[in-house]
Design a protein around this ligand. Structure first.
Ligand SMILES: [Mg+2]
Length: 297
């Protein structure tokens, strides 16, 4: 799962500059932040692989890769493309400034810089980044459960589908959910949905894509070596949910789910077809008594 509130911690700023004196000035100026330092582009790219970085201060003239090239590489990587890059450089000519923005920089400050101005600009870009992250979070999550919404499930699901061979789709549905809402009210229905979601989340692998497609319907895409392995995993989830005990006033309410599993075919398969087969298996599970796991090869 992605981090939901990276901004609660101190933001991390990566400083990239080949001159140690420049770095020392920035280090003393920016002591409110977590700071990482790289003396060249290659080192900066290495640090980006292993750290969550919120903003980059990037020099242009450096031995090896120059700042423009470093910027372009960062902007072409889906994992790092949204990190704001602020160029700090002694170059003041218009062409250099234009090139910096063309390479993907968000701002440009010339040396010698005014400390208060630099800090204000950094704050502005960090705030913007934080807002974009929240927007991204709310646009991709199901509001009630925090798992992926339908749109994001299909987006990430399609990516996983394209790059994985041994892929399985699971469609899940809470049994007789309407009855739960009718008998105990919608607020209790919401508690059940959250509780079921949590149980599923705890029992799937990190690289699975898990989303709420609507109402009481969920879907998972996951990689596995065999149908047997997936059946076992989903069977464990089915049991864990069967064992849940949600309390409504003095009544223990039991909940069950029906599950349909389908395997991605080696040729001529699509995400839609795969989900359709999983859905057929789910219907079979519903039609043959619910609270069970059915599958399609
Ligand atoms: Mg330099």
């Amino acid at each position: 799962m992605e981090k939901t509130s990276a901004m609660e911690e101190k933001p991390t700023i990566l400083i990239v500059d080949d001159i140690k004196e420049n770095i020392h000035i920035l280090l003393s100026l920016l002591d409110d932040y977590d700071l990482l330092v790289a003396l060249n582009g290659a080192k900066a790219l290495k640090l980006l692989e292993k750290n969550e970085i919120d903003l980059i201060l990037l020099d242009i003239v450096m031995p090896g890769m120059d700042g423009y090239e470093v910027c372009r590489i960062i902007k072409s990587n889906p994992d790092t493309k949204d990190i704001p890059i602020l160029f700090i450089t002694a170059k003041t000519d218009e062409d250099s400034i234009e090139r910096a923005y063309d390479a993907g920089g968000v701002d440009y400050v010339t040396k010698p810089f005014k400390p208060k101005e630099l800090i204000s600009r950094i704050k502005t870009h960090l705030n913007m980044r934080s807002m974009l992250k929240s927007l991204e979070f709310f646009a991709t999550r199901d509001f009630m459960t925090g798992i992926y919404n339908r749109r994001k499930f299909f987006e990430l699901g399609n990516e996983l589908f394209e790059k994985s061979d041994k892929l399985f789709a699971i469609m899940m549905d809470i049994d007789k959910f309407k009855l739960i809402n009718d008998n105990y009210g919608h607020p209790f229905g919401d508690i059940v949905i959250k509780s079921v979601t949590k149980t599923i989340s705890q029992n799937i692998s990190e690289d699975s894509v898990f989303g709420r497609l609507g109402g009481e319907e969920f879907a998972i895409l996951c990689k596995a070596d065999s149908m047997e392995e997936v059946k076992q995993r989903i069977e464990n989830i089915r049991k864990a949910i069967e064992n849940l005990e949600e309390k409504y006033q003095n009544t223990i309410v039991k909940v069950t789910i029906s599950n349909g599993i389908a395997l991605k075919h080696a040729s001529n398969d699509t995400m839609d077809k795969l989900l359709k087969r999983a859905d057929e298996a789910l219907y079979e599970a519903k039609g043959t008594g619910r609270n069970r796991v059915c599958f399609r090869n």
